[in-house]
Design a protein around this ligand. Sequence first.
Ligand SMILES: O=C1O[C@H](COP(=O)(O)O)[C@@H](O)[C@H](O)[C@H]1O
Length: 223
Amino acid sequence: MEFIEYADREMLFLSLANQVAGELGQALRSAGRASFAVAGGSTPLPLYDLLSAVELDWENVALMLTDERCVPEDHPRSNLGQVRKRLVRAAASAAKVVPLYLHAAGETGRIERIAEAVSTRLPLSTVVLGMGEDLHIASLFPGSPQLAGALSPAAPPVMEMSVPGQPEGRITLSLPVLRDAMNIHLVILGHAKREAFESSKGLPPELAPVRAIAENATVHWAE
Ligand SMILES: O=C1O[C@H](COP(=O)(O)O)[C@@H](O)[C@H](O)[C@H]1O
């Protein structure tokens, strides 16, 4: 694990945007395509503003969320809705979006179709994760009945999750997909989340899902 502490949030996001652009550029040069998974929530939105302006061969970048809330894209809680507004615009508007939630599709075979679309884009070139104060990453929440399955090495790439206390169901990339990414970034802002992260050391991933990727990640922190 590399832990980078920045002077402020602006420095963090500028530096991270630079790193991510470099990683995607490297994948595009070596393989002709790249896969990029991004967190939902509010933490990484300034990163998306910066990346949206970066000149890359976005047409060959598959862009997906690390996890999605099961609401339509125009719902304020839709992670993809936010990512479309903040990242999939300007230079990055050519990125190929791989949705994790198909609102219009019926239940039958939906998750299999999503999993198939995701599988053709693996391994991920880069993943940017956020973390909740409860130590969840993506939609791998402590207390979720499906957590053990999603942490298992045998987990399918994409899983439906229920999360006690959350208003809607979730769909998440499973741990094997996240952990196999070639570059893993975890963004943590503020003292409360840093304390939560520090206190997770030594805990099993079932109680602290962030521990499942922490050792393989570059952790970026600013006050
Ligand atoms: O629900 C979610 O929460 C986490 C953290 O969100 P934040 O607003 O505290 O940054 C996020 O990483 C995840 O993708 C999202 O679905």
